[in-house]
Design a protein around this ligand. Structure first.
Ligand SMILES: CC(C)(COP(=O)(O)OP(=O)(O)OC[C@H]1O[C@@H](n2cnc3c(N)ncnc32)[C@H](O)[C@@H]1OP(=O)(O)O)[C@@H](O)C(=O)NCCC(=O)NCCS
Length: 164
């Protein structure tokens, strides 16, 4: 049975192995914006992130992250006229290839939505490369709406918005 739980700092290495495995297997590397060391630090900083993991018999097989930092000076927030709203961002969606299409990301997203509601966020922004069918499909599946396609950190991205 697959278990879902919050990931802590002590699992940083496991997460790095998962990220590397998924990235190695990606045919289109531009589907995933590389994670810098600073971002890894933020991912494991309780005041900046919540990450949920999916585990099969103790093995980490999928993750998804929500950002706890208020998005400031964010051009996407401005473009969507959400500057006065409490907006979080979900990302770092990855599931090992042999576990895909079993609803694992659906469960991880549901956990992040619960956490966002508890923290009184009003909206979630999620970005995906327009040709990343699996990722766009998973985001659409949770009820988000495609609102624009833009350049983010030099990467072409669909912008999805979920009203909580
Ligand atoms: C994107 C990813 C995380 C999805 O994980 P997953 O656990 O396979 O997704 P789920 O099984 O929960 O699927 C949820 C929904 O997404 C959609 N979806 C998933 N795979 C799909 C595909 N190949 N084609 C179309 N829709 C798809 C479906 O709507 C699905 O719901 P349904 O099964 O009820 O129809 C996974 O494919 C992955 O790790 N991809 C490589 C890394 C990546 O590109 N990450 C995204 C970076 S933004």
């Amino acid at each position: 049975m697959i278990e879902y739980k919050k990931i802590g700092e002590n699992e940083r290495e496991k997460v790095q192995v998962l990220v590397e495995t998924v990235l190695d297997g990606l045919e289109r590397k531009e589907f995933f914006i590389p994670i810098t060391n600073n971002e890894y630090d933020d991912m494991f900083n309780d005041s900046k992130s919540i990450i949920y993991g999916a585990y099969d018999d103790g093995k980490l097989i999928g993750i998804a992250r929500m950002s706890l930092e208020e998005l400031k000076n964010d051009h996407i927030k401005k473009e969507l006229n959400l500057e006065n709203n409490k907006v979080t961002r979900f990302g770092k969606y990855m599931v090992l290839s042999e576990y895909r299409n079993q609803g694992i990301m659906k469960h991880l997203q549901a956990r992040l939505i619960e956490e966002s509601k508890k923290l009184n966020y009003e909206y979630v922004i999620i970005l995906a490369h327009p040709e990343n069918v699996q990722s766009n499909g998973a985001i659409k599946n949770m009820g988000a709406e495609l609102v624009e396609t833009t350049i983010y950190k030099e990467y072409l991205r669909n912008v999805w918005l979920l009203k909580l």
